[in-house]
Design a protein around this ligand. Structure first.
Ligand SMILES: Cc1cc2nc3c(=O)[nH]c(=O)nc-3n(C[C@H](O)[C@H](O)[C@H](O)COP(=O)(O)OP(=O)(O)OC[C@H]3O[C@@H](n4cnc5c(N)ncnc54)[C@H](O)[C@@H]3O)c2cc1C
Length: 635
């Protein structure tokens, strides 16, 4: 018997009527809820919500009316046996239909969520502003309060308060829902769990000293705030907390409990338990691995940077504590130079943000990286050159094609660092602080040690479409390697992805069966140079790109190789192409609707015959309209 047959048997197949050319079936779930969980319809037709609801309705009606249908299990009914044969013939349709239904459920969860945010005015319409922030969820979390409490953590109960004297428990504590990691993914999952399971007991275990918070302002808005607490001013001018709070749907009694400053060292799949470094054992029914990523250590650039003598002036950057340390360093009157190593989004954002503080203290900001230009691995060469020009105009000292080959305390000044550098222009660099921003390492070792599959190419815990890594074990956010039906297996480090995959995982932990089929976006704010990107899908400078641009003035350099970067880009889109298909889009100063359109274009997997068609895909906003279309390889 096929796997599907078995599956159908285990789900208890219930014929509920005849529609069109085939049979209608309702599936009775074998899971915890034991209720009707999904519906299929006749062969050859698509399942959508209406069809599914129709099936449910008919099923309910049929329960009242014995003449329409008699409920029977697959094992006991002979009529079901013959119907099974029919089902086998249409297995592929049925499977697609179930998938579509689960995807629908996932979309429904998200739509409800986004709508509730819209009602609260938390999304960012601001159509007039070219740099509308992510059209989805940026800034969504903090409902209240805006002022950050310093010591108490009102949104969370401590683990001790929730589970008795947890710290001294001699036998394992058993908690239905356990989440390892306390970032955006964890926070989002907790909300979804509580929305589905009102009386859920959830325990978050985090090795940080803060409850879940939003990291994204740490390289941007947080630097424009002079407050000494953990707040920032968002793009709509509202004062917000970095720390997430619950939405109002989640009542006081549903608060989660949290164990801070506690690192999980072992995951035991056989016994469904985890163990912390200080010996606490917690048994779970459902587990979420939301361990995210850790900044590559400073030694990954050069081992000398890890020397004890330099430790107060050399740092990586990912956490609130890192922000506090760097802020203190930059404001120290002795600091006259800061060198950021790494030319990705984080490095470029920090360079722009530090310029603001730097102006106050007359601090020189250097951005150094081995590639020929900033964001070089992600964007076409001409755009990277354009950024170099803009950053340099804003006063950032840009050092492309440069690597650190040694570091020591400066012989002249023990508060300063001497870097050995290989570059076109310099052999050494004196600086008072070094920030290493060279990417993250997904925190998947715990899972790998437990025997879970880890993605050998992208890193991260391999999960299925429901974000499940093993029975009862889920992974989401930066640490998950998931299947993207449009683009293949991926692992992404986006806030939007953390938020949405966290919700889906949380919903599924509480008995849902939603599939993750979401094209997450990310954004990058280089406010000092008026550059705001949003992106969806794949971005890699190894891919062919077609740029469609509004220019601020007519191009003087059209079709002249190497000169494209001196154009002044007003707004536009870089399309990333593979096999004549759009696989990614990077939007510069475009209206917010454009991102959603780009997302749909990627998801639809339609092929685009030529560059001219790309020009029409999403029309650029009206401007003086010096339009330029070009392939990355033509300039
Ligand atoms: C400065 C900065 C700016 C960013 N800006 C943007 C942006 O503009 N746009 C965008 O899309 N994305 C941005 N990101 C990325 C975004 O913040 C991440 O994608 C998101 O935080 C991922 O959330 P997560 O919960 O999956 O992982 P994380 O935020 O990494 O959280 C994981 C948590 O788990 C903890 N943990 C790990 N292992 C263990 C363990 N064994 N036991 C207990 N706890 C553990 C970690 O300490 C951490 O607290 C930015 C990131 C940073 C650092």
């Amino acid at each position: 018997m096929s796997g599907w047959k078995e599956c159908l048997r285990s789900l208890r197949l219930i014929p509920v009527g005849i529609v069109g050319s085939g049979s209608l079936w309702a599936l009775k779930g074998g899971g915890q809820s034991g209720g009707l969980t999904a519906a299929l319809c006749d062969e050859g037709s698509d399942v959508d919500r209406r069809a599914a609801l129709e099936v449910l309705k008919r099923y309910q009606e049929s329960l009242k009316d014995d003449s329409v249908v008699k409920e029977s299990s697959a094992e006991s009914s002979s009529s079901v046996a013959s119907e099974l044969q029919k089902i086998e013939d249409s297995l592929s349709n049925a499977k697609a239909a179930v998938e579509k239904y689960y995807r629908y459920q996932a979309r429904h969860i998200l739509n409800d969520y986004y709508e509730s945010m819209n009602r609260k005015g938390l999304s960012a319409p601001a159509p007039e502003k070219p740099a509308a922030k992510p059209n989805t969820t940026e800034g969504a979390p903090a409902d209240e309060p805006n002022v950050v409490p310093k010591k108490e953590l009102p949104q969370y109960l401590t683990a001790d308060a929730a589970f008795g004297n947890f710290s001294e428990a001699s036998s394992p504590v058993c908690v239905p829902y356990v989440i390892i990691g306390g970032g955006t993914t964890a926070w989002s999952a907790v909300q979804a769990i509580h929305e589905k399971d009102k009386s859920a007991s959830v325990l978050i275990i985090s090795d940080e000293s803060y409850p879940p918070y939003n990291r994204t302002p740490l390289s941007k808005e947080r630097w424009s705030s002079d407050d000494d607490n953990l707040s920032f001013v968002d793009f709509m001018g509202r004062k917000r907390s970095l720390l997430y709070s619950y939405s109002k749907q989640v009542g006081e009694h549903q608060r989660s409990s949290i164990l801070l400053n506690s690192r999980v060292k072992k995951l035991d799949l056989e016994n469904s338990s985890i163990e912390t470094e200080d010996g606490k054992v917690v048994e779970y029914q459902s587990l979420l691995i939301a361990t995210g990523g850790k900044a590559h250590p400073v030694e990954s650039v050069h081992q000398d940077l890890g020397n004890d003598a330099l430790q107060n002036r050399v740092m990586s950057f990912r956490t609130i504590d890192d922000f506090i340390a760097l802020d203190k360093l930059v404001r120290d009157p002795k600091t006259k130079n800061v060198c950021i190593v790494g030319g990705g989004f984080l490095g470029a954002e920090l360079a722009c943000s530090l310029k603001r503080i730097a102006k106050l203290n007359d601090v020189q900001v250097t951005l150094m990286f081995p590639e020929p230009g900033p964001l070089f691995k992600l964007i076409p060469r001409y755009l990277s050159e354009f950024l170099t020009y803009k950053l340099a105009s804003a006063g950032v000292k840009v050092m492309p094609s440069s690597i650190v080959t040694g570091a020591r305390e400066s012989p002249e000044n023990s508060d300063s660092i001497e870097l050995d550098v290989v570059s076109f222009t310099k052999k050494s660099l004196q600086t008072d602080a070094v920030v290493v921003a060279v990417g993250i390492q997904p925190q998947d070792k715990l899972a790998e040690d437990a025997g879970l599959e880890v993605d050998q190419i992208n890193g991260g815990v391999v999960v299925n479409a429901e974000l499940q890594a093993a029975n009862g074990v889920f992974a989401a956010g930066d640490v998950a390697s998931f299947w993207d039906s449009a683009l293949g297996r991926r692992r992404v480090e986006h806030w939007d992805h953390a938020l949405v995959s966290g919700r889906i995982a949380g919903d599924n932990m509480a008995g849902g069966k939603s599939m993750y089929g979401f094209q997450s976006m990310y954004w990058c704010d280089l406010s000092a140079i008026d550059v705001h990107f949003e992106a969806v899908g794949l971005q890699s400078s190894k891919l062919e790109t077609v740029g469609v641009w509004n220019l601020k003035e007519p191009s003087r350099f059209e079709n002249r190789p190497g000169s494209f970067s001196r154009n002044k880009y007003e707004s536009g889109i870089v399309w990333y192409m593979k096999d004549q298909r759009v696989v990614g889009a990077l939007l510069l100063n475009m209206p917010r609707e454009a991102l959603q359109e780009a997302r749909q274009i990627i998801e639809s997997k339609t092929s685009v015959p030529d560059d001219e068609s790309l020009k029409e895909l999403i029309p650029l906003p009206k401007s003086k309209n010096f339009l330029l279309v070009g392939r990355s390889d033509s300039y």
